[in-house]
Design a protein around this ligand. Sequence first.
Ligand code: FES
Length: 148
Amino acid sequence: MARLTINGTVRDIDVDPNTPLLWVLREQAGLTGSKYGCGVAQCGACTVHIDGNPVRSCVLPVSALSAEQQVTTIEGLSKDGSHPLQQAWLKLDVPQCGYCQSGMIMAAAGLLKKNPKPSDADIDAEITNICRCGTYNRVREAIKLAAS
Ligand code: FES
């Protein structure tokens, strides 16, 4: 059993404590915006926030979390897609296949929280998520648009 606070709602979830958070989000909580890419904390498709900080949920067992910690997924970033990053993503048509983009946005939200006006170098250093379509230039421009 795990008690988690996901997008502001406390949930008791009947699950093996070693289960990675990503699977609980997708399978038990029905929040499928966070994606499985590599499963070894490399690609970032599974990025969510714990207390506002980006983490790769594919390698985080739910036993490492308490109900006092706030888990935020892409579904919880805004209720209606109005977050400045989501708006910038739409305006600049950032996604190609789209698979990695929720993780990209969550990583970008973490970056803007600690650095509201990041340079290209800051973005490149912080956003280590992988996009097989190569949308990196548009990701960079969207982050700067959201920050403006
Ligand atoms: Fe978690 Fe790739 S699926 S980092």
